[in-house]
Ligand binder design. Structure first.
Ligand SMILES: Cc1ncc(C[n+]2csc(CCOP(=O)(O)OP(=O)(O)O)c2C)c(N)n1
Ligand SMILES: [Mg+2]
Length: 450
């Protein structure tokens, strides 16, 4: 309740000084009244100590409308010929390490080609390729620690591979068989794994951003020396959740790396129709007071250096960092999309041939004499074979047990869940021939016992 005295005082005061006194009095009335009612906090003794905070900006007599003047530059160090233009910035990985990075990128690309076709044959229901974004995946993943938590969107398969998620893990999930860690409850490409510290991907865009801020806030409160990285597309950055997450992270000073893959397309919407201003990076420094880096997403060393620095800042200074990696989605959005309907082959080839991140790293390795055509051929053949073999094995596995449909949400199943489970079992007992029950683990046993 606001007292009548303070209301009158506020209305009567004509000058600003008096208004401030009245408003302080008013606030005191509100606060002290509420402190009396809830009995938890008392602010009344602080009222007279309120000081005006110093502003960060200056006052000016010039009536000037502000416009965007400076675009954030894009950090790059290796050109398409594989030459590191400022050698002191080369992270100087050993031959073995570079070969491992390159092999992961090539394997990802080979797997994408095979599984895209496999979906076309109807053997899996859905797939999403990462063509053109391989340097972002491996460069950023290599700069992180395993204790860092990952929240992803869906086009980050190489990040998971780098952390030890195998081709078999990927295919088991796409086939939704009994070895799928998500127990067949998610559509393909929605991975999750405790082992690699990857929170399960969810379909609604941008939900992962506020969740990642919560995760990193928990890390901060626990005093951990690790961070949370959250990947998202420039299209996802148009959702309200992006802004809520950025503001929370900034205000709470959380150790979060916001990693935007700006691949120029959100399905059929080009980025130029998605936002105005200086892209996603432009929102960081002025919008949210957040340290920000724009990086060439097709240059693996630039991505590595940027992520490494972002990790150092976020862990040591306990504050968030925004990275915008500039790249291009070379493939269709997903197997449900046909990008030839909305963009030209010339545009795709400009990136696929002129700025290919895999070729760029291959050129780097060639300069050092670390790779040959024969090794390339062997790598591709081996990767293709592993994908095909894993698929053949995965397809033969059982689907997860039908009893799993009702588990993992509540520790003790609620009465309505138990009722629904009984209804399902009765239905299946009545119409067993209408369903491919023999494909599901332990169906016979479950139908007999319950
Ligand atoms: C809240 C919500 N709106 C719309 C969609 C449909 N949708 C799925 S992916 C996508 C495009 C996202 O583009 P971007 O974030 O740039 O990621 P990219 O696919 O380019 O990697 C859209 C609109 C969705 N999944 N969730
Ligand atoms: Mg995009």
């Amino acid at each position: 309740m606001i007292s009548q005295t303070s209301r009158v005082l506020l209305n009567l005061s004509k000058n600003n000084g008096l208004k401030r006194v009245a408003s302080n009095y008013l606030n005191r009335s509100v606060v002290s009244t509420s402190s009396k009612t809830n009995g938890i906090r008392s602010f009344s003794s602080k009222v007279n100590e309120i000081k005006e905070e110093k502003e960060n900006f200056q006052y000016t007599n010039n009536l000037e409308v502000q416009e965007l003047k400076h675009y954030i530059p894009c950090y790059t160090i290796m050109n398409q010929e594989g030459i590191v233009q400022s050698p002191e910035q080369d992270p100087n990985f050993s031959k073995e390490e570079v070969v491992k990075m390159y092999s992961t990128m090539v394997t990802l690309s080979v797997m994408d080609s095979v599984l895209y076709d496999v979906q076309r044959q109807g053997r899996i229901s859905f797939y999403m390729t990462s063509f053109g974004e391989e340097a972002i995946h491996v460069g950023s993943a290599a700069a992180l620690e395993m204790s860092d938590t990952i929240f992803a969107q869906y086009r980050e398969t190489g990040v998971f591979m780098w952390r030890g998620f195998t081709i078999a893990d990927i295919i088991n999930q796409c086939c939704t068989n009994e070895h799928d860690l998500g127990k067949g409850r998610q559509m393909p490409m929605h991975f999750g794994s405790k082992k690699i510290n990857l929170q399960t991907i969810s379909s609604p865009l941008t939900t992962q951003l506020p969740q990642a801020v919560g995760s990193s806030y928990a890390q901060k409160l626990a005093g951990e020396k690790s961070c949370t990285i959250v990947y998202f597309g420039e299209g996802a950055a148009s959702e309200g959740d992006f802004h809520a997450a950025m503001n929370f992270a900034s205000a709470l000073s959380t150790p979060t790396i916001f990693f935007c893959r700006n691949n120029k397309w959100a399905i059929s919407t080009p980025s130029k129709e998605q936002y105005k201003g200086d892209g996603i990076a432009g929102r960081g420094p002025n919008g949210y007071g957040m340290k920000t880096i724009r990086v060439d997403g097709n240059d693996i060393w630039a991505v590595y250096n940027a992520t490494k620095l972002a990790r150092k800042i976020t862990v040591e200074e306990q504050r968030p960092v925004l990275i915008e990696a500039m790249t291009y989605r070379v493939g269709h959005h997903s197997t449900s999309d046909d990008s030839s309907r909305y963009r030209t082959v010339e545009e795709i080839n400009h990136w696929k041939e002129g700025k290919n991140p895999i070729t760029r790293l291959r050129n780097y390795m060639d300069r050092k004499g670390w790779w040959s055509d024969a090794q390339e051929k062997e790598l591709i053949t081996e990767a293709r074979q592993t994908v095909r073999d894993s698929l053949v094995v995965a397809e033969k596995q059982f689907k997860p047990s039908i009893s799993e449909i009702f588990t993992d949400v509540y520790h003790t199943p609620t009465p309505n869940l138990i009722e629904q489970q009984q209804e399902l079992l009765e239905h299946l007992r009545l119409y067993p021939d209408e369903y491919p029950l023999n494909q599901y683990l332990d169906s016979d046993k479950i139908l007999k016992n319950n």
